[in-house]
Write a protein that binds this ligand. Structure first.
Ligand code: NAD
Ligand code: UDX
Length: 448
């Protein structure tokens, strides 16, 4: 099928590349020229495992091209994905200006034929009808010459960064919100190979469930899924804080409750709290939407508050050990919001850097993917080292911030003599306490 994906960020590029890989003819449109140039040469502008291979295979087969020309993309695609960002505005509501610009532009370039316009971006509930109106405005700007027809489908995305390619080929479900049978049929056809598990290692799995529903419910499913996961993490973090006081181990507690199939093992890792580009903004947007309709979301407000406290708690734990932080050197192991990504959006490390700097500490960091030049403006005070031993050198404490796999196998015994004070705050409960203590570290975990 002919597909156009507009916005080639973490979602759009992965979606476009994977659809091309499975045989669709894809044009990816982005208004960032430098990105388009890079992608056209087979390079990914983001760190996402497996993505360059998928892109290069699709390019070699002539299945994908990249352009800044939205008119070309709209003319080409029978299915048009909107996958631009929807960041949070200062008051928490979703900033839909990029979706609006793209929807208008689609309308301005729709001249004839039938299109399915897919909201892949996470958009506030009610955006399906809103996008339809904006596209029609765009078409009207052609002066009545457009003979095109279209339907809008909500197809929210659930991929996780770091495993985005795997998730795209092996989703837990596909959600399709629309009132048009014609559009729904085309969407099911688009995803046929994925629905039939052609890319799953285990071929005995039953097909991927497809949730066909109305647009508003599809949009709500996306917000409710992220909010539930964020609540689950805030819940285990609250349990961890009680564990700290009563002398229980939250890792054991998580294992013990997670074996109850109604609870499940996943998303019960206590630590520094959730971050990333989605949870914070999507929970805030849902709180904001509820508020618009006169409902106060007590549970979601508490979920956000617990998460904010959890980041600060890591600094408090450090203060309990080191007392005065002014003049001390603190080394952060990891900067990204989770492993296997280069994404720093709403990363807990940013809060730590802010807090520690405010308290007069000198902050150093080492991350397998983020270099000194990758630190955004405002963080020039952080020295980004090129390996963990250089990081440890002269530090009064280390904080394990991101659970990168390679941090498990660092030579911690070699780091102890390099440090002014061998303290480690394991803010993800990720490292082996016994071996760190044997190596000479004072180990502090979260709720254990
Ligand atoms: P992103 O910021 O990484 O990428 C957005 C891209 O859109 C950028 O490349 C930007 O240059 C481009 N763009 C902006 N305006 C444009 C325009 N007018 N024309 C063409 N291109 C334009 O965003 P993302 O993280 O991929 O998120 C996209 C959407 O998907 C958001 O709504 C987000 O909530 C949702 N989502 C993200 C994730 C995730 O893990 N990142 C997961 C699920 C859903
Ligand atoms: C999330 C959703 O999982 C995904 O479905 C949606 O499409 C986008 O948002 P992502 O942000 O990529 O995905 O990462 P995720 O694996 O969900 O982790 C989010 C944050 O929660 C990370 O900061 C992670 O470290 C933290 N986390 C996760 C915990 O603190 N404890 C856990 O048990 C799990």
């Amino acid at each position: 099928m002919r597909v156009c994906v507009i916005g080639t960020g973490y979602v759009g590029l992965v979606t476009g590349a994977c659809l091309a890989y499975i045989g669709h003819d894809v044009i990816c449109v982005d208004n960032n020229e430098a990105k388009v140039k890079l992608m056209s040469s087979g390079q990914s502008p983001i760190h996402e495992p497996g993505l360059p291979e998928v892109m290069q295979s699709a390019i070699a087969k002539g299945k994908i091209t990249f352009t800044t020309d939205i008119a070309a993309g709209v003319t080409h695609g029978e299915i048009l994905f909107i996958a631009v960002g929807t960041p949070a505005l200062p008051d928490g509501q979703s900033d839909t200006r990029y979706v609006e610009a793209v929807a208008r532009s689609i309308g301005e370039h729709l001249h004839d034929g039938y299109r399915v316009i897919v909201n892949k971006s996470t958009v506030p509930i009610g955006s399906g009808d809103w996008v339809r109106m904006i596209v029609m405005d765009g078409m009207a700007a052609q002066g009545g010459s457009s003979k095109a027809e279209f339907d809008v489908v909500s197809n929210p995305e659930f991929l996780r960064e770091g495993v985005a390619v795997f998730d795209t080929f092996n989703p837990d479900r596909i959600v399709l919100g629309s009132s048009s049978d014609r559009a729904l049929k085309l969407m099911q056809e688009l995803y046929t190979n994925i629905i039939n598990r052609e890319f799953a290692e285990d071929k005995t799995l039953s097909p991927v469930p497809v949730v066909v529903t109305d647009i508003n419910s599809a949009e709500m499913i996306k917000y409710a899924a992220n909010a539930f996961l964020a609540v689950k993490i805030s819940f285990i973090n609250e349990v961890a804080n009680v564990c700290d006081r009563v002398g229980a181990d939250v890792v054991e507690v998580g294992r013990g409750i997670g074996l109850d199939s109604r609870i499940g093992q996943k998303f019960l890792q206590a630590g520094i709290g959730w971050g990333g580009s989605c949870f914070g903004k999507d929970v805030s947007a849902l709180i904001h939407t509820a508020d618009d309709y006169g409902y106060n979301t007590e549970l979601l407000n508490a979920c956000v508050k617990v998460n904010q406290q959890q980041r600060v708690l890591v600094v408090e734990k450090l203060q309990q050990v080191l007392k005065i932080l002014k003049g001390k050197t603190i080394g952060l192991l990891g900067l990204t919001f989770k492993p296997d990504t280069d994404d720093m959006r709403d990363a807990p490390s940013i809060t730590l850097i802010d807090q520690l700097s405010r308290l007069g500490a000198k902050v150093k960091a080492y991350d397998p993917i983020v270099s000194q030049s990758g630190m955004r403006d405002g963080f020039s005070n952080v020295i980004v080292e090129t390996d963990a031993e250089r990081l440890a050198d002269g530090c009064d404490a280390l904080i394990l911030v991101t659970d990168w796999k390679q941090f498990k196998s660092l030579d911690y015994a070699k780091m102890v003599p390099l440090m002014a004070n061998p303290v480690i705050i394991d803010a993800r409960n990720f490292l082996d306490r016994a071996s760190l203590e044997t190596a000479g570290f004072k180990y502090v975990g979260m709720g254990r």
